[in-house]
Design a protein around this ligand. Structure first.
Ligand SMILES: Cc1ncc(COP(=O)(O)O)c(C=O)c1O
Length: 377
């Protein structure tokens, strides 16, 4: 059996090669590289797909978060940045960019524990962390599973807080039939190549249905200029480029099919893991419509040994995430609310297995067989 990687972008490329090559040839012919027609076309198609009124293509998922928060800061604070005393509640079990963006907008992240089944922020604990300084909530739809957006939206409404969704890992996922990215005041998507909708470099998108916030993000991505040579705010060079937009136009056409194939892979994994008591498959509730950006299991004993064993059998696995953000030097001194029982419980257990739309049945069976034989030794 050939080594099995966590993702296989080559397989996906083979599937869409012709369309990609045609789109890229169009880009070369037009010699239009930054923003332009392809970016507007992708933005319009993504807006339709997400049921958002406005979408703004930016340079990365991190920038999508930073620009969303800056747009809110401009509307809420005279300086255009949040104050350090402004608190934004988020999860510590995520990629560093989530909380980094909060700090870069001037505010302070407040970390709250997760639900150990969904790996997402726990609404009850979130509620308890609200203070007079809380200005917003930044939930992360981790691994492609939606947060409880009805509860989070209700809390936000009650306490007059904004919501920015970190949907970096969840393009196409929905919650109670409504697309992720349409719940918050703004939502941030990443098209990092390994994401379920990935470009061929860095790229991101902001979605919102608020025209003022959309306009601010559009201005911020282009050096804060509302017109050429008229900078109203300190902004960013965060424009999506035409090549990434052209690639994303092709991939967007297939996203529902690719997400469906990911679900099929997950279903087969789930079935095969049912008989292995040392392993728990990811919890997928029907109304949460998991898109399995990652397939992350809980391993109840010898997680690291299992990972090494799988590696020796040509099977890649990764630990997302080995360190919670409140333990990182960059966030030293930042408020962490509670005892983080759930985070501490899952940290030694989580293991992400190969997951992509083209993972074959024989590969899934080979992986499950090896997990089985490791625990039968
Ligand atoms: C949860 C989360 N937030 C934010 C980001 C940042 O996205 P990007 O790498 O496109 O800047 C990522 C991607 O790695 C992510 O997984």
């Amino acid at each position: 059996m050939k080594p099995i990687n966590i993702i296989d972008l080559g397989e996906e490329y083979t599937f869409i090669k012709k369309d990609i090559e045609r789109e890229l040839a169009g880009c070369l012919k037009s010699q239009s590289w930054i923003l332009g027609k392809k970016v507007s076309e992708f933005e319009a198609k993504a807006a339709r797909y997400l049921s958002a009124k406005y979408t703004i293509g930016v340079a990365s998922g991190t920038d999508a978060l930073v620009l969303s928060l800056r747009a809110l800061a401009i509307t809420l604070r005279k300086k255009g940045y949040f104050d350090k005393k402004d608190e934004i509640i988020t999860t510590p079990f995520t990629f560093v960019a989530t909380a980094e963006a909060i700090v870069r907008s001037g505010a302070t992240p407040v970390f709250v524990d997760i639900n150990s089944d969904t790996f997402n922020i726990c609404p009850q604990k979130l509620k308890k962390a609200i203070t007079k300084n809380t200005v917003g909530i930044l939930p992360v739809h981790l691994f492609g599973l939606a947060c409880c957006m009805d509860k989070i939206s209700e809390i936000a409404k009650k306490h007059d807080l904004f919501v920015v969704e970190d949907a970096a890992q969840a393009f196409g996922c929905s919650y109670q039939g409504k697309k992720i990215g349409s719940f918050g005041d703004l939502s941030a998507f990443s098209f990092f190549p390994s994401k379920n909708l990935g470009s061929f470099g860095d790229a991101g998108l902001v979605a919102t249905s608020n025209s003022r916030l959309a306009e601010l993000v559009r201005v911020l991505r282009n050096h804060g200029q509302s017109k050429k040579y008229k900078a109203d705010y300190i902004g960013y060079n965060s424009r999506l480029d035409s090549i990434q937009a052209a690639i994303l136009i092709v991939k967007l056409k297939h996203i529902d099919k690719f997400n469906q194939l990911r679900r099929k892979v997950a279903k087969e994994y789930d079935r095969l893991f049912r008989s292995i008591k040392q392993v728990q498959a990811p919890r997928a509730y029907s109304e949460l419509n998991h898109i399995y950006n990652l397939y992350t299991i809980k391993v109840f004993s010898k997680r690291d040994e299992l990972s090494k064993y799988l590696n020796s059998q040509g099977i890649a696995s990764r630990i997302y995430y080995p360190v919670p953000l409140y333990e990182m030097k960059a966030f030293k001194g930042i408020k962490a609310k509670g005892d983080f029982k759930a985070v501490r419980e899952i940290l030694p257990k989580v293991l992400s297995l190969p997951m992509h739309p083209f993972l074959r049945d024989s590969q899934i069976k080979y992986i499950a067989r090896n997990v089985h034989s490791f625990f039968s030794k």
